[in-house]
Design a protein around this ligand. Sequence first.
Ligand code: ADP
Length: 293
Amino acid sequence: MKELVIDKLSKTYANGVHALKGVSLTIKPGMFGLLGPNGAGKSTLMRTIATLQEADEGTINFNGIDVLKDKHEVRKILGFLPQEFDFYPKVTALNLLDHFAVLKGISNRGERKDTVETLLKKTNLWEHRRKKLGEYSGGMKQRFGIAQSLLGSPELLIVDEPTAGLDPKERNHFHNLLSELGENMIVILSTHIVDDVRNLCQEMAIIHKGQVVLVERPHDSVEKLQGKIWRVEIDKDDLAAFQDRYQVISHRLYGGHLLLHAYSEEHPGDGFVETEPTLEDVYFHTIPTSEIV
Ligand code: ADP
């Protein structure tokens, strides 16, 4: 089975920011979620795997390919969907995809025509193929982004923070497409949206301040919190007192009050009731809210 093995990867930017600190991960086929707050180092990691930037230390190996050295080999089997696919507004989807196919090395005209048609159909853009990218909605642009990332039948697909600006229907559509792709290859989805990982990924890693702080199946990590998450509704003014006394993992406004989630091995008393743990509880238990900027 093909695996992506990342070993002790480190990166410090010229400004001194230590963006990756010895990251090690083994990623198998399927959808892998890389979850972490803004600034955690996700993009740095994604861009390094995608051969778009260098690491200082460590190795990445994909099925015998030394990713950091054999960049050319990696690019043959890699698809990359950047955060925003918002360039070339004046070109039609059909022409742009054809152009990218040329760049990807598909030089045979007939083969290229077939590939472009297949991908535009797969991403439900065929009927919009003669529209310019500038006339596409956010969801259509994302789907076009997927279409271009699939040129050359990649074995490894990297998707960096994809769902910004999509309405629920487009997002759903996009997710279905990703999850279908995850059946046949490694798809790494980098995101700060916990729900996306819960809905889509079989495996996940939480990354924080350049380090991997948890690697687990989302389902298993939620199971482990069973019986340990408690909720209580409190007055906003009482937050500090509760934070002093309990291991509060998250709080949010709920009908003008604060809904608190706390972690405790035993019943904390004080009006708390047990609640079903969610992946969000896992996330905030792993990374305290106070550390998320
Ligand atoms: P994420 O994708 O999780 O938001 P990034 O990898 O973008 O995280 O950033 C990790 C850290 O590295 C942040 O502190 C960010 O400000 C810093 N950083 C990212 N890119 C650069 C860069 N080109 N030069 C300097 N610092 C950077």
